[in-house]
Ligand binder design. Structure first.
Ligand code: ATP
Length: 328
């Protein structure tokens, strides 16, 4: 492994997600394992510009593998979007002797890291942390699996009340641009319909599908709706539309909101975070930079940050078909 990197900074940026703490722990412990110093940077790029750094050793990350959120806090920074802000950030890192950055966040955070790397030839590696799973170059982002488990647990509970009252529930889940959470959790929770931004089912077909469900003997229904679904303006409009057109239905809406982001990470996310942290630090020590760590076919891979930022994560068409068959 290369000796040119003596101190690595680790930070979390953008929206938090379960598994970020496990990734911080992994980065810190991998640094300790390879006798490389590590500093935690608070509040993402804001903290870089403020020099808000803290030396971290293996013991400083005890008892966090199971915690949601991020002990380093996260932030969104306007100033880092400016060349002046990034110049200050570079100076602060130099002053603190930090030679490389591990950025745990979403595609916006990687965009910032990419620009910073290009401007200052400063080594940056990304770890994808977002519940939306909307990043190109990895089958799973940190927090996605935990969010799915949270959503499935909530829908199981909603189903109890739906079937007790013969009700139709629209359950809105996160996913402004992508429907990964809706599609996976919808299948896992046995939803009758799943509405995602990638596929516009159309209001007419939704009504037909609900009528078919009723005819087939179903007494209650769950429709999972991704935030960014294009079929109606929002989930409450959908409720009004269905109640107006299908008066046999008693419709309720449940917006799951921020609870999807919180909670202890699943075992899958803890293992993934641990693997990604090791891969990120060891890749930096091997001289790699401007790449993102990802999971593909069960293996750790690297994708250039530029591709990770520009590429689009695709919805799994096989899952769409499975969901259609399951709602028969
Ligand atoms: P989430 O999944 O929650 O959206 P994200 O990492 O995509 O996470 P953003 O708010 O898009 O979140 O980005 C986080 C931060 O990265 C921004 O606040 C900003 O400081 C930095 N950043 C994003 N885009 C750029 C850019 N083009 N140039 C410089 N910095 C950027």
């Amino acid at each position: 492994m290369s000796n040119s990197i003596k101190k690595i900074g680790v930070m979390t940026s953008g929206g938090d997600s379960p598994g970020m703490n496990a990734a911080i722990r992994s980065v810190v412990r991998t640094c300790a394992y390879h006798n490389v110093k590590c500093v935690g940077i608070y509040r993402g790029y804001e903290g870089v510009m403020d020099g808000d750094f803290k030396d971290m050793d293996a013991r400083s990350v005890k008892d966090i593998v199971n915690k949601g959120g991020t002990i380093l806090k996260s932030a969104r920074s306007k100033d880092f979007r400016t060349p002046e802000g990034r110049k200050i950030a570079h100076q602060k890192l130099k002053n603190a002797g930090v030679d490389a950055l591990v950025v745990i966040g979403g595609d916006g955070s990687f965009n910032g890291g990419l620009i910073f790397n290009q401007e200052f030839d400063f080594p940056v590696i990304g770890i994808p942390g977002t519940i939306d799973n909307d990043i190109f170059g990895t089958s799973h982002t940190l927090g996605f699996d935990t969010a799915l488990n949270t959503v499935v647990e909530c829908i199981d509970k909603i189903r109890d009340t739906a079937s007790s009252h013969n009700r139709l529930f629209f359950v809105e889940v996160m996913g402004r641009d992508v429907g990964h959470i809706a599609l996976n959790a919808g299948i896992g929770a046995g939803a009758e319909e799943i509405l995602i931004p990638e596929e516009n089912l159309g209001l007419e077909r939704l009504l037909e599908s609900l009528q078919r469900s009723k005819r087939s003997g179903k007494s209650s229904s769950i429709v999972v709706v991704a935030e960014g679904d294009k079929i109606g303006k929002n989930v409450f409009e959908l409720k009004d539309y269905v109640e107006t057109n299908l008066d046999e239905y008693d419709v309720r809406v449940s917006v799951l909101g921020h609870m999807q982001r919180g909670g202890p990470p699943s075992c899958f996310d803890r293992v993934l975070a641990s693997r990604m942290g090791v891969k990120a630090v060891e890749s930096l020590l091997e001289g790699k930079s401007s790449v993102m760590v990802g999971l593909s076919d069960g293996k750790m891979i690297l994708t250039p940050l530029e591709q990770a930022v520009k590429g689009k994560s695709q919805i799994n068409r096989e899952l769409l078909r499975v969901s259609e068959i399951m709602s028969t």
